[in-house]
Ligand binder design. Structure first.
Ligand SMILES: *Cc1c(COP(=O)(O)O)cnc(C)c1O
Length: 379
């Protein structure tokens, strides 16, 4: 089936919105009834386009979003996104006026930060982050009294308290024990706060794997990123909950030129690929400048053309790559080449492609999108 839509002349990202909607439904159904989905749309919604995705989710009734930076939050507001927008990462306290102006919720990453933010004299919405073992951001869980003091800070309105699990994706016994301890420490801190007569705000712990592996936690939010986009981080991840998640994104390009190379001829920079037989090579106009990983060069990567999986040969360039189509009949210029697309082939799922490039689907997806047009398939 040839796509003749504008934007599909060179290389493009294709989004199946019905799969996004399906994933929202499946995830929501897997959560306890009172729990809300907080859609994580940082890094351009993992390469899917933050405003586009958030707008669709807003229309579906999703009212909570998470981003990594204040600029990402402002971008959502400027595009009319309503509801809560939580900044998960650091924001300079010099931006306090923008936090207030755009009605963004800032994460308090430690006590000194909380004090500095409070002293800016803006009425700010915040969530307190607790470090239960990841040792990245958050108040160490032993510092209950520091957390208590934050509830007394005049300019900070505390709407939530949360932690982040650092090995919730693993079902190995020691990792599960560690996660169990993280969860216990978090609830112990909440208990101590209660004893100190603190009214506990909204609570959240789980990201995608937190939900998939610890579905029995009863929090106010699940912060779902990767699962929302319908993929797991790695191809063979086992999870306790097995949800029918469907990938939203495909990455496609087209054959723009076909050339015959003789046995012994090389293809591409560095002459890394030398044909072992007379070959047909198709040139595909996508490269690492589009976000496609360069370490899928030299046979590490694959692509689908005319229903066949073929190897990427030679070095991937900034703007193009080569595939060996010697064994596939009937390929002509203009034919579509799929580089990521689980629906055509498991081997081309984002997690499988990411795995071959030595990474996880989260990174693979979020690095795309600077140059590629996005085609929306509504159905
Ligand atoms: C990115 C992020 C998430 C989302 O993680 P996924 O694994 O993609 O669901 C949740 N919480 C925090 C704190 C994050 O930084």
């Amino acid at each position: 089936m040839e796509n003749t839509q504008a934007g599909t002349e060179r290389s493009w990202i294709e989004l199946k919105i019905e799969n996004l909607k399906h994933n929202v439904k499946v995830l929501t159904e897997a959560m306890p009834p009172a729990c809300e989905l907080m859609a994580v749309v940082k890094a351009e919604a993992y390469g899917h386009g933050a405003c586009r995705i958030a707008t669709i989710l807003n229309e579906m009734g999703i009212k909570a979003f998470a981003v990594a930076t204040i600029e990402e939050g402002i971008q959502l507001r400027k595009n009319g996104i309503r509801g809560e927008v939580l900044i998960l990462g650091y924001t300079s306290v010099k931006r306090a006026s923008d936090l207030e102006k755009y009605d963004l919720i800032q994460t308090l990453i430690d006590f000194d930060y909380a004090k500095a933010l409070n002293s800016q004299n803006f009425a700010l919405k915040v969530h307190i982050k607790i470090d239960t073992g990841m040792h990245r951001l958050g108040f160490p869980c032993k510092e209950v009294m520091a957390v208590k003091k934050v509830f007394e800070m005049k300019h900070l309105k505390i709407g939530g308290i949360y932690t982040h699990l650092c090995c919730a994706d693993s079902l190995q016994a020691d990792d599960m024990a560690f996660t169990g301890r993280q969860i216990d420490r978090f609830y112990q801190l909440l208990d101590t706060l209660k004893k100190e007569k603190i009214k506990i705000p909204k609570v959240h712990i789980q990201s995608s794997y937190g939900l998939l592996n610890y579905p029995d936690l009863t929090c106010h939010y699940v912060r779902a990123g990767i699962a929302l986009y319908g993929v797991l981080s790695a191809p063979n991840d086992e999870t306790n909950l097995k949800l029918d998640l469907r990938p939203v994104l495909s990455l496609k390009s087209r054959v723009v030129s076909i050339r015959r190379v003789k046995k012994g001829d090389s293809v591409g920079y560095g002459r890394d690929f030398v044909a072992e037989r007379d070959s047909r090579i198709a040139i595909v106009p996508i490269g690492y400048g589009d976000g496609f990983p360069r370490n899928l060069s030299n046979g590490n990567g694959r692509a689908a053309v005319n229903g066949h999986i073929v190897p990427i040969v030679g070095r991937i360039c900034m703007d193009q790559l080569s595939i060996d189509i010697t064994d596939v009949q009937g390929v002509s210029t203009g034919n579509i080449v799929t580089l990521i697309g689980a629906e055509e082939c498991d081997d081309l799922s984002a997690s499988a492609v990411a795995y071959r490039s030595g990474s996880i689907s989260n990174e693979l997806l979020c690095r795309m999108g600077a140059r590629l047009p996005v085609i929306i398939l509504r159905r």
